[in-house]
Design a protein around this ligand. Structure first.
Ligand SMILES: *[C@@H]1O[C@H](CO)[C@@H](O)[C@H](O)[C@H]1NC(C)=O
Ligand SMILES: *[C@@H]1O[C@H](CO)[C@@H](O)[C@H](O)[C@H]1NC(C)=O
Ligand SMILES: *[C@@H]1O[C@H](CO)[C@@H](O)[C@H](O)[C@H]1NC(C)=O
Length: 343
């Protein structure tokens, strides 16, 4: 009885263990089989072996191979972008890679006909810029060879060049305000594929602290009833829409076009009027009161009357003591006889 119960428990435990381990076995099986197919790949010419883009392939020196921590090499550890249709910029960072391992990084650019030299670097954190001379290039292959003594694991990642192309900012931007509306225009971006206008979307920043305006395909934007008292600073960026092939990254922002507030002139006039008129009035007032102000500020120097002047110049003391009385005008009385009447 005790035994059978023990057996039952054991069997239950066994079944639970099987249930728990089953997914692990299954995953291991899938991983093993996928590893097997990838180990078959020939490494003579990476460009001859482009089977699947945007996928991390792993190849080991032996079945056991070098055990690299799963988290150490991940897709988020590296990236490649193509700028201005020809500048390839790749960067990587493997900070958690074991210290005693060696890392080699290879970049290959493949076109239909030619495989350009693969560039090799050995830094754990690094970047590399290449200028693509061949406009027909189709793929970029990044490879990381992690080596520990004689065992190695090589990771390969294949990009479709068109999918990593980051657009240049929109060009030929014009912005103006007419009839109260703000009108912005720009030209269709250029990319390697020369995609149709429908493939691009845009984001506008009007510098008005409002949300950015999202636009599909259109090459113009109109803001009706633009605020005339606002200075607009317009800039645009673009990216390829999800419907077409291209990077999901936005381009850099374009240069900024500044639209001065349209009422600036009016404002100036208002300011000058509101300040100017009182000033003019004040000036007039001052002019009118000028004389009086002058009199108050600079009172006239008192001058002796003319009669004292002559006396002072003569310096006649006797005269001073007994000043001669002013010659009184002699009154002349003329008697007019009324002769006419008597005559
Ligand atoms: C690697 O070496 C650095 C110092 O050089 C040390 O800080 C770090 O912990 C080491 N990492 C591992 C995984 O051993
Ligand atoms: C590579 O180009 C990018 C984009 O122009 C730039 O930001 C980066 O500094 C460049 N890196 C190197 C290593 O020259
Ligand atoms: C990885 O690097 C090691 C050591 O440098 C080298 O022996 C091995 O051949 C390389 N593996 C590949 C696939 O290039």
């Amino acid at each position: 009885m005790r035994d059978s119960r023990h057996n039952l428990t054991k069997r239950r435990d066994g079944r639970r263990l099987t249930m728990e381990l089953l997914p692990v076995f299954w995953i291991a099986l899938v991983v093993l089989s996928s590893l097997q197919t990838e180990t078959e790949a020939e490494d003579a010419d990476v460009c001859q072996d482009i089977r699947r883009t945007n996928h991390l392939f792993e190849k080991r020196s032996s079945k056991q191979g070098l055990k690299v921590e799963a988290a150490a090499v991940k897709e988020r550890n590296f990236q490649c972008h193509l700028y201005a249709t020809e500048l390839l910029s790749c960067s990587w960072s493997f900070p958690t890679l074991q210290n005693d391992t060696h890392l080699s990084v290879y970049i290959s650019v493949c076109s239909d006909t030619v495989q350009t030299l693969s560039h090799m670097l050995k830094e754990r954190v690094g970047s590399m810029n290449l200028t693509l001379s061949d406009h027909e290039s189709e793929n970029v292959i990044l490879q990381f060879n992690v080596t520990l003594q004689r065992e190695w694991t090589v990771y390969s990642y294949i990009y479709d060049i068109d999918e990593i192309e980051v657009l240049s900012p929109p060009q030929d931007i014009t912005a103006s305000i007419s009839n109260g509306d703000l009108l912005v225009t720009w030209s269709k971006p250029m990319n390697r594929k020369d995609s149709l206008p429908d493939c691009f979307e845009y984001e506008l920043d009007l510098g008005d602290q409002e949300e950015h305006k999202q636009m599909d395909t259109s090459l113009t934007y109109t803001l009706s009833n633009a605020n005339p008292s606002h200075t607009y600073r317009v800039k645009i960026r673009t990216k390829v829409s999800d419907l077409c092939t291209g990077s999901s990254l936005w381009s850099a922002w374009s240069h900024t076009i500044t639209l001065e507030r349209t009422d600036k002139l009016n404002l100036l006039v208002i300011i000058s009027i509101s300040l100017g008129i009182p000033m003019i009035l004040l000036a007039l007032l001052l002019l009118v009161r000028h004389q009086r102000v002058l009199e108050v500020l600079f009172p006239p120097i008192p001058r002796p009357p003319q009669k004292y002047k002559g006396f002072l110049e003569k310096n006649d003391i006797a005269n001073f003591a007994y000043p001669a009385p002013p010659a009184e005008p002699v009154e002349e009385i003329t008697e007019v006889e009324d002769t006419d009447k008597t005559l």
